[in-house]
Write a protein that binds this ligand. Structure first.
Ligand SMILES: [Zn+2]
Ligand SMILES: [Zn+2]
Length: 271
């Protein structure tokens, strides 16, 4: 099954291409499944890197129009959002399913608090911050709202070493992902950003090798997504390289199962 479930549109202000452009490209590239998961807006967060609140209906209407057009074709389209998880947004996130009829949510936990950009987890350098990230992700998984975790290792990108203490936290996250059956994403966007030199070795900011070695050992379920921020990134060299690396690492690559996800969600929230 050829899929990518983490993709964006121009609405988030740091990507190009509409929902239609992304879907057309996925069809052209012979994908079986395409998921559009643009950054969700919140009433109490910046809208610099996400769509405006007022744009949500148009975003969903465009997707629903396409779903109708392609309902008998070989491509399956899912529409949703990439979202952080803060407890105060729980009802809002549920309402996206109940009232806006989205198909799925991806946990892209960029901020401890979306109202405060200084809490960006990519800047984490202390074990306390890592611990906090892991706890947030586990709380998010418990809600059953999220199909998978985008770039679960984003929190590691500013650390310059990987200690035993850090390993323990990462194990907690991976172990919970197995218990709650939430896939971990090996992120094509991180591969697209390329290597950097951290003096001693060439590495990605993410995907972080140390993290994925643990995922392999613990047999976590893994997806590889393009995290495309333009149509031409849907099936670009970075996405293909990410797939190749994930296979080479011996990760437990699974085919995304939508029905087991949506069934547990329906059971929980009567959606
Ligand atoms: Zn983005
Ligand atoms: Zn992200």
């Amino acid at each position: 099954m050829k899929y990518t479930l983490h993709n964006h549109t121009y609405l988030c202000k740091h990507a190009s291409g509409s929902v239609t452009d992304m879907v057309n490209e996925a069809i052209k590239q012979k994908f079986d499944v395409i998921g559009i998961s643009d950054h969700v807006p919140y009433k109490d967060a910046e809208t610099m890197y996400r769509m405006e609140f007022s744009e949500r209906n148009a975003y969903l209407e465009e997707a629903n129009y396409l779903k109708n057009i392609y309902k008998n074709s070989s491509i399956k389209l899912y529409i949703g959002y990439e979202a952080e998880y803060q407890k105060r947004h729980l009802n809002y996130l549920i309402s996206l399913f109940k009232e806006h009829k989205i198909d799925y949510l991806v946990l892209g936990h960029h901020y401890q608090d979306v109202s405060n950009l200084y809490t960006y987890y990519g800047r984490s350098t202390t074990i306390e911050q890592l611990r906090c990230y892991v706890n947030d992700c586990i709380e998010a998984m418990k809600t059953k709202l999220f199909w998978f975790i985008a770039h679960p290792d984003i929190v590691l990108m500013s650390f310059d070493k990987f200690t035993k203490e850090m390993e323990l936290e990462c194990r907690k996250l991976i172990s919970a992902s197995i218990d709650y059956n939430v896939y971990l994403e090996y992120n094509g966007g991180g591969v697209r950003n390329g290597y950097y030199n951290n003096l001693s070795q060439k590495d990605y900011l993410y995907p972080k090798l140390e993290f994925w070695k643990l995922v392999k050992e613990m047999k976590g379920k893994v997806l590889v997504n393009a995290d495309a921020h333009s149509p031409y990134q849907i099936n670009d060299e970075a996405y293909k390289l990410a797939l190749k690396q994930a296979k080479k690492l011996g990760l437990n690559l699974v085919e995304p199962d939508y029905y087991s996800y949506i069934d547990r969600l329906k059971l929980e929230y009567d959606i």
